[in-house]
Design a protein around this ligand. Structure first.
Ligand code: HEC
Ligand code: HEC
Length: 198
């Protein structure tokens, strides 16, 4: 198999030159890069287990911000700070466009069903304003509905410990307000509501 780099630079055309039945298979450069993420983030960004979050359907601006923040040390991570350093800003952009277009696949995951109803009520009161449609929307913030629960827990711990910056200061205010009124159990309920969604 031969790889030809098209003049646009963004498209790699793989051509089976010798085979008479050959058809040019076009794989975008973004897709080639995304394959290197699939071992952890799943095929096309929908993670099949709690070891890594689903990044399919992510708002492209948030994706780019996340990669820059990992690279520049503004966001804590176990593995992403190292991975983010391996790509350029231009490559972040191409991957952001690719992952934004992929559907967010939801899998059944363990959660505490007793907490879901309270979680939904608290979500509606404190979080729905930005995490619309029960946390399914990705317009302004990350998709929360169906995201892996352990990942959501780590992110909340990181926000609360100051290891992840709030880009949206009002989220900090709402979260603080909820914790004051509803306690840690309230936060747990909200996260279990997200984990319950299909
Ligand atoms: C070895 C496993 C692994 C690989 C490979 C990997 N990631 Fe990650 N990714 C993670 C984990 C784990 C997290 C949670 C943060 C952390 O612990 O570093 C994460 C978090 C992220 C986030 C933050 C998501 C959010 O909702 O804010 C983005 C974006 C991301 N990864 C993009 C990528 C891209 C793009 C690639 C491929 C170039 C990639 N990752 C490769 C494991 C991986
Ligand atoms: C004023 C808008 C706003 C409100 C209210 C808000 N958030 Fe957020 N949230 C955001 C934005 C924007 C992001 C994306 C990155 C950032 O700003 O840190 C985010 C990110 C998150 C993330 C990380 C997602 C990821 O993929 O890594 C979690 C978890 C989260 N919010 C939970 C909550 C919960 C729970 C509530 C309610 C108690 C809430 N948010 C209320 C705006 C908001």
């Amino acid at each position: 198999m031969k790889w030809k780099i098209a003049t646009s630079g963004a498209v790699l055309a793989a051509a089976l030159a010798a085979a008479p039945f050959a058809q040019a298979v076009e794989i975008s450069y973004a897709e080639v890069m995304a394959h290197t993420c699939a071992g952890c983030h799943g095929p096309n960004g929908s993670s099949v287990g709690p070891a890594a979050p689903t990044i399919a359907g992510i708002n492209p601006e948030l994706f780019i911000e996340a990669m820059r923040d990992y690279r520049d040390g503004f966001r804590a991570g176990t593995i992403m700070p190292r991975i983010a350093k391996g790509y350029s800003d231009e490559e972040y952009k191409l991957m952001a466009e690719f992952f934004a277009k992929q559907p967010f696949k939801r899998y059944d995951q363990p959660h505490d069903a007793k907490l879901v109803e309270r979680g939904k009520r608290l979500h509606d009161r404190y979080c729905e304003k930005c995490h619309e449609n029960g946390g399914k929307a990705s317009a302004e913030a990350g998709v929360l509905a169906g995201q892996w629960l352990p990942y959501l827990q780590y992110q909340m711990e990181d926000y609360l410990a100051g290891k992840r910056e709030y880009k949206e200061k009002n989220m900090k205010n709402k979260l603080t307000e909820m914790l004051e009124k509803e306690g840690q159990e309230g936060l747990k309920a909200v996260l279990n509501f997200y984990a319950s969604q299909k």
